[in-house]
Write a protein that binds this ligand. Sequence first.
Ligand code: PLP
Length: 390
Amino acid sequence: MSNKIYSYGKQNIDVADIEAVVEVLKSDWLTQGPAVSRFEEALAEKFGAKYVSVVSNGTAALHLTALALGWQPGDVVLTTPMTFLASANCILYAGATPDFVDIDESTYTISPEKLEQKLKELQAEGKNVKAVVAVDYAGQPCDWQRLRELADTYGFQLVNDNCHALGAEYRNDLQYAVKYADVVVQSFHPVKHITTGEGGAVLTNNGEIDKSIKILRTHGMTKDENILESNDGPWYYEMHRLGFNYRITDFQCALGVTQLNKLDRFVKRRREIAGFYNETFGGDERFIIPSVAANVKHAYHLYPLQINFDNVKTDKKELFAKLRERNIYGQVHYIPVHLQPYYRKKFGFGKGDFPVAEKFYEREISIPMYPSLTVEDLSYITKMFKELVR
Ligand SMILES: Cc1ncc(COP(=O)(O)O)c(C=O)c1O
């Protein structure tokens, strides 16, 4: 029995991170200071984006994206059921109508074939799709080339909920996200690849979208002389849109910069851990290891292990309880969003609507995946799984 506690994800903070935060705490700017643009510039460079706005969390980034893209009541916006609530909730925040498209059986990301089918069905009903929020689930990029083609053919906006996939590569390109999607959203929650405690970002190559995001994150206020309707003096500001306080602090951004410096190292270690799990669970018919598409380098925010519960005596509840007794705190990513009571009641979704996602949910467990796991930790975790799944 290990006396360590293993969660499915965990931050990695070192002395450089702590020193960077402390330096800001001793400075004149705790918020709205220079560390914010430093972090934005570092993200822009790393991910090849023309514009970056950092915000208080990934959900805020999605909310502002929905508003900046002009989603409104009557608009249909599609996403995957295999995601965190926020990817779908942002559609509701804007008053638009959410709908889902099932996932691909091997990549667990939105299926382009099913998406096209859905687009045709909706078109036949006289409904146009305003946008698609595709999620690079677990750290595996979607089939972005196909999604871009569909967006161009059917004329919808394409959003990459990239919260799981910092450091992933698509067609040998770490900067793929802004090349295919109109807007890219990131999260810096502690379980993610890099952290600012809470934090998020919106990346885009579109200057108009960026302007909207920047004004909306701070109350819809502006001091920009070029757009002020009048100007009473140096104190003067105007509110042009109904915005929010979705700002992030300078000490968080200082942490973001030092964390981003370590992203490549973190992702390398995550891939090594995935390699260890693949070797241990691969070829054992009790388990299904995550498959990776040919043109993709996975970033392994999660390691979604599937268990063939049909072929073993243990069920998921019992396995979870026994793992917890052994200090292993797995998680399930995700309960398909369409099965949440809120979505069922409000939109009439139900069991059987998106069967691939539902089957995946029955089998999936996210097992510990974070850079500080040692070989001993991994041996213990895999041994426990092999012992308990009988
Ligand atoms: C796919 C996905 N989208 C959005 C979010 C929301 O990010 P945050 O927790 O920073 O609000 C998360 C966070 O868990 C996520 O996993």
